[in-house]
Each structure stands twice: as structure tokens, then as C-alpha cells.
Design a protein around this ligand. Structure first.
Ligand code: CP
Length: 312
């Protein structure tokens, strides 16, 4: 059974097929193929969501399937039913499962014990659906006709803020996979952790990301400037301390001016203007944040279609 739990679950060839299909699905949204016809997909959320929930719910529907949104706190998971039993039971009703949760081992356990495809809708370790969407959105700029992954090669990415976060991990892995150069910048205490190095090595990818505490060094000549909220879901008790430490890493107009003149600003949203990014940058012509948000729909429809093809 093919799952999509991490960026490297698709080969480069399969990733290219996902991006090419996303382009077609976007152009022909009202004439969508129906690979999920007569299928029911569970969308299981342990955490809040706007984009992931809506884009998957709409996407499954547009692919001909029935999306069943499940809040984990309203299932027997909340009363101690094991992941193994839950996965086996859900596999008797559903044709696939999208999960947003805390520990990455939870999506792995669903995949291990169930018999239906599992898609990672964000864990504490990574956010692969967001990253594929971000790459597709960048490709719309770099290679609008073919969305050719070769055009990502050598692009310079600068990631600002919490460099030990799920989004940072996903960017580090994707940069290694697609041949981009990535520099992450934030306080020393938020440097990338061993877990992402282990993941790179497990997948045979080079450990060649750079980390610096100097945001100017990271921004210099960057093609993509990326940031995410400084206080992720689960980190709320540390909010004041995190904000104080990360303030030098806010993406401002001045920071954008240090980058390549054609640089784009990206953020997976939700954004906290005045914290990780200024309102001016969010509103600027360099910001492509709402293209990213829209493209969650098209890219995830392509991911679900590709999984269906592989699992036939
Ligand atoms: N970017 C993202 O995952 O958004 P949501 O938290 O709204 O799903």
C-alpha cells in the first residue's frame, strides 16, 4: 500500500507527475476526473485547521469521493482505543485517510496497522502536502508551461525563524530532494535537530543545508524567503519567550531587499503580521501566499489521484 507520509514517499518522477497533474487539474477544475468515484475518505483531525481541512474536503468531493471529517476528540481515540484497532476499523469503512496530528509515529502507526492509503496532513515532524504545494506554486513562477522540477535546481531558499519546526524539516528534506540550496536562520536554540539529519540519511539524501544566526547572510541572493508562525500548535506556553528571541528574524521589507530582486515571499499560513513577517511584506507584490493557499486544493487532488493510480 502506497502512503504519503513524507516528501520522499514519491520518487522525483512521481513528484513531477503530481505537479504536472496539479497544473491540469487547476486549469480544468470544473471538469475534474473522478478517480475517487464511490469512495469515502476520512479526514481525521487532532488539531485545528482551515486550509488543510477545506482543501481536502473540497478536493475529495471534486474527485468524485465522499469526505468524512472526523475530530479525534469525538472518536473513541479520545477514550483510549488504540491506533492499531482504530486503523483496522476505519479500513473496513473508508478507502483512504488524511490525518493531521501531533507525533509522526501516529500517522506511521495508522499506515502500518490499516489497509488503506494514509496521507499526512501535518505532524510535529513535517508537512509534506504543504511542501508539495509550495514547490508547485514556485514552479508556476519558474516554469509556467511545464512546471518542470529541473527549474528548482540551484534555487536559493532562505527559511526564517523556528528552524527546528515541521515546516523547516520539510523544506530541508525537499531542498535536498529537488537540488535546491537552503539556508535556515534563527536563534541558536532553534537550529535544525538531529531528527532531520537522520531522515535525510535514511533516504540517502545529502546533509547539505546551512544554518546561521545571521538573517542577513541567509537573505543574501535568496530566491525564496519562507517563514512560518513562531508559536506553533502545542508551543503556546512558550509564546512570549519565542517571540522575543525570534524578533530579529522577522521578514521585513528591508530583509526582502537583501535578497535577489526577483525573490518571492512564501508562508504556509496562518500568518501573524508583526511577528514572523511584516504586514508590508504580506501585502507586497513579492508575496504569493494566497496562490499557495489555493494550490493546496489542486496539488492535493493530484496527490490523491497519484496514490489511487499506484494503489490500483
Ligand atoms: N498551512 C496549513 O496547514 O493551514 P491550516 O493549519 O489552516 O490547515
Amino acid at each position: 500500500m502506497k502512503h504519503f507520509l513524507k516528501e520522499t514517499d514519491f520518487s522525483l518522477e512521481q513528484a513531477q507527475a503530481v505537479f504536472s497533474l496539479a497544473k491540469t487539474l487547476k486549469a480544468e477544475r470544473l471538469n475534474s476526473p473522478q478517480p475517487l468515484n464511490m469512495q469515502s475518505w476520512g479526514l481525521l483531525f487532532y488539531k485545528s485547521s482551515t486550509r488543510t481541512r477545506i482543501s481536502f474536503e473540497v478536493g475529495v468531493n471534486e474527485l468524485g469521493g465522499f469526505p468524512l471529517v472526523l475530530n479525534s476528540s469525538q472518536t473513541q481515540i479520545n477514550r483510549g482505543e488504540t491506533i492499531a484497532d482504530t486503523a483496522k476499523v476505519m479500513s473496513r469503512y473508508l478507502h483512504g485517510l488524511v490525518i493531521r496530528t501531533f507525533g509522526h509515529e501516529i500517522v506511521e502507526d495508522f499506515a502500518k496497522h490499516g489497509s488503506i492509503p494514509v496521507v499526512n496532513g501535518l505532524t510535529d515532524f513535517n508537512h509534506p502536502c504543504q511542501l508539495y504545494t509550495d514547490l508547485f506554486t514556485a514552479l508556476e513562477r519558474y516554469s509556467p508551461d511545464a512546471v518542470d522540477i529541473a527549474s528548482l535546481k540551484g534555487k536559493k531558499v532562505a527559511f526564517f525563524g523556528d528552524c527546528a519546526s515541521n515546516m523547516a524539516n520539510s523544506w530541508i528534506i525537499s531542498a535536498a530532494m529537488f537540488g535546491m540550496e537552503i539556508t535556515l536562520t534563527g536563534p541558536e536554540t532553534f537550529a535544525p535537530e538531529q531528527i532531520v539529519i537522520d531522515a535525510l540519511q535514511t533516504d540517502g539524501l545529502p546533509v547539505n543545508y546551512r544554518f546561521t544566526t545571521d538573517p542577513t547572510e541567509a537573505a543574501k541572493d535568496a530566491d525564496i524567503l519562507y517563514t512560518d508562525v513562531w508559536v506553533s500548535m502545542g508551543n503556546e506556553v512558550e509564546a512570549a519567550e519565542r517571540i522575543e528571541q525570534m524578533m530579529p528574524y522577522q521578514v521585513t521589507r528591508e530583509r526582502m531587499a537583501e535578497a535577489n530582486p526577483d525573490a518571492i515571499f512564501m508562508h504556509c499560513l496562518p500568518a501573524h503580521a508583526g511577528e514572523e513577517v511584516s504586514q508590508q511584506v504580506l501585502d507586497s507584490g513579492q508575496s504569493i501566499i494566497f496562490d499557495q493557499a489555493e494550490n493546496r486544493l489542486h496539488t492535493q487532488k493530484a496527490i490523491l489521484t497519484k496514490l489511487s493510480e499506484i494503489n490500483l
